[in-house]
Design a binder for this molecule. Structure first.
Ligand code: ADP
Length: 264
């Protein structure tokens, strides 16, 4: 028996095992990194409003705010910062449940036009106040989609909320059209737009373009991450097109009832 061959085989096996172990270790390291980044982001997003609340509370407690009018302003800021903490916790819980598959969607045939109308109505006052036109464009006939109505509304609300937030003048268009086995839903704005560099990252949780610019951005940075999860759970597709200074168009495709019948 040629023992050198056997030794060679054993050495080879050990090498392969070592490589596999290395890969597992790298994977573990990566997961740990993702987890740490996530916790750092959550801490940062919570600390910002909490620090403000604490500061205002201390000033009030120390009797530093003498005028009633100023005091009312302090209360108002504290209230809005508390709301921000609430929004963050709500979004976080929602996203975690979606990511962990702990959410059962109640899927039924849904009339997209009806949902669009309701969402547009909810933002009417806000857009009018800002002087932005809000249009809903629908074809005469649109196939129903197989979806969770509340979740479709949530997707649209997230898009429109952002469109309103990041648009100073011009218009927002919400439109839907049938496209193959899907209904294509779009929210287009004439707002500040997103650079090519950032546009791919906006679906990441906690990502906000240029934190400086968005100091007044009372968002959580979780809205689009939630949208992405929801669209995936509907077997849909998503896309964003944007030009800095020109505006943005967010698109999702959700499967029609007919396409579902064919595949299931
Ligand atoms: P946020 O709660 O900050 O709005 P999102 O996940 O909804 O979080 O969006 C992530 C980031 O993408 C926003 O902070 C903003 O920088 C950018 N963004 C989203 N929608 C638009 C838009 N319509 N126009 C310009 N920038 C946008």
């Amino acid at each position: 028996v040629d023992t050198s061959d056997e030794i060679g085989d054993v050495a080879q096996t050990i090498n392969t095992m070592a490589e596999k172990l290395e890969k597992v270790e790298q994977e573990r390291h990566h997961l740990e990194q993702v987890r740490n980044d996530f916790l750092a982001n959550v801490s940062h997003e919570l600390r910002t409003p909490l620090t403000a609340i604490q500061g205002f509370l201390e000033a009030l407690q120390d009797g530093l705010v003498e005028e009633e009018e100023a005091r009312q302003k302090y209360y108002a800021v504290m209230y809005s910062e508390t709301m921000q903490v609430n929004r963050l916790v709500d979004d976080l819980m929602d996203l975690m449940k979606l990511e962990n598959n702990e959410i059962n969607l109640a899927k039924f045939p849904v009339d997209v036009g009806e949902v669009m109308g309701k969402v547009a109505f909810a933002f009417r006052a806000e857009t009018e106040e800002k002087g932005i036109a809000l249009h809903v464009e629908l074809p005469d006939e649109l196939p129903k989609i197989y979806a969770d109505r509340d979740r479709v509304a949530q997707i649209l609300k997230n898009f429109v909320k952002n469109a309103v937030k990041f648009t100073e003048q011009g218009e927002i268009r919400i439109r839907a059209e049938a496209e193959d086995a899907y209904v294509r839903i779009q929210v287009a704005d004439t707002g500040i737009g997103i650079s090519q560099e950032d546009v791919h990252r906006i679906w990441e949780r906690f990502f906000k373009v240029d934190r400086g610019r968005s100091k007044n951005n009372k968002g959580t940075g979780l809205g689009l991450a939630i949208v992405k999860e929801l669209v995936e759970l509907h077997d849909g597709k998503w896309k964003v097109e944007s030009e800095l200074g020109e505006g943005s168009t967010f698109t999702v495709w959700l499967p029609t009832v007919a396409s579902y019948r064919q595949t299931t």
